[in-house]
Write a protein that binds this ligand. Structure first.
Ligand SMILES: [Zn+2]
Ligand SMILES: [Zn+2]
Length: 304
């Protein structure tokens, strides 16, 4: 898993920061990439990465503000042009389907692949044998959501040396031991729990849309390996953040600390802040939560 930030600015693009889009690459895990938000020129940003549009399998939209969705019709059209033929699922608040279908219809854009729309409500919105995706309402001017991707736990590795030491040679029996609670081999009962290493717990990645600070999110993002939180403003602008339905660096850090997450990544930074300000922004968040980083355009954060 790798988080690839395509756009990290708030509201309007600046020379250094394009508007919001984040890719979650899961090439080893499922051979695909998921996109979270698709601000204007997201497809231009993708050109600077190793992300292949046709490998993008799902797009999750946090909310319908322009800086999060104006890149969507263009991206979808180009994906078609570049030979994408696998269907694409789009998740987002009510209205996302009408927006995309209207833009495609009016511009006469015919896609070479199918689109599936899921207008989300709070709760589990997707599940397969690899992970569960759930979403939670945020506090913004319009309906806005945060998404959590939770991998399922994986069973531990088969303790091959132990089996060999007990005189069980490699063969189809190893697969049976992995799959069944108990297997009989040459008259001896082998219990699975004795021959499997420790279970590997699945990772949890949470990506929130625009929001005011919400202490109620604590349970939703609890123990996440990575929390991506907006930090439109510095800690000195709490009133401004509240009035514009956004968060400060320190509020994001507060949630990270309360929820016991492992790593916090700040994004959606106001264009009022320049390169020189970044050090200050990150250190005020680190006062509250030391393992904090600020995303810049095209920065990557592997999820270990
Ligand atoms: Zn925004
Ligand atoms: Zn917004």
């Amino acid at each position: 898993m790798n988080l690839y930030f395509l756009g990290t600015g708030a509201g309007v693009p600046s020379k250094k920061r394009n508007v919001t889009s984040i890719a979650l690459q899961m090439l080893q895990e499922r051979g695909s990439t998921w996109l979270f938000d698709c601000g204007e020129a997201t497809q231009h940003q993708i050109l600077h990465t190793n992300i292949r549009p046709r490998r993008i399998e799902k797009i999750f939209i946090t909310h319908l503000h322009g800086d999060h969705i104006f890149g969507l019709p263009g991206f979808l059209g180009s994906r078609s042009f570049q030979g994408g033929d696998s269907s694409l699922a789009i998740y987002g608040p009510k209205g996302i389907q009408a927006y995309v279908e209207t833009a495609l219809a009016i511009s006469g854009t015919n896609l070479t692949y199918g689109l599936e729309f899921y207008e989300v409500e709070e709760g589990i919105i997707y599940e397969d044998d690899y992970c569960t995706v759930s979403c939670h309402k945020l506090d913004h001017v319009i309906a806005s959501f945060g998404y959590c991707i939770q991998e399922h736990d994986k069973p531990g590795e088969l303790l091959v040396d132990k089996l060999k030491a007990q005189g069980v040679p490699p063969g189809p029996i190893y697969q049976q031991i992995k799959e069944q609670p108990a297997v009989t081999f040459e008259g001896k009962v082998l219990h699975r729990e004795e021959y499997l290493g420790e279970r590997k717990s699945g990772r949890k990645v949470c990506i929130l849309g625009d929001t005011r600070y919400m202490s109620e999110l604590k349970d939703f993002v609890k123990d996440a390996d990575v929390l991506v939180h907006e930090a439109t403003f510095s800690k000195n602008e709490t009133n401004l953040a509240y009035n514009y339905f956004h968060s400060t660096t320190q509020q994001a850090a507060q949630l990270a600390s309360d929820a016991n997450v492992k790593e916090l990544i700040l994004t959606h930074i106001s264009s009022r802040y320049q390169d020189d300000d970044l050090e200050g922004l990150v250190s005020e968040a680190r006062e509250q939560f030391p393992n904090t980083n600020i995303a810049t355009d095209l920065s990557q954060f592997p999820v270990s």
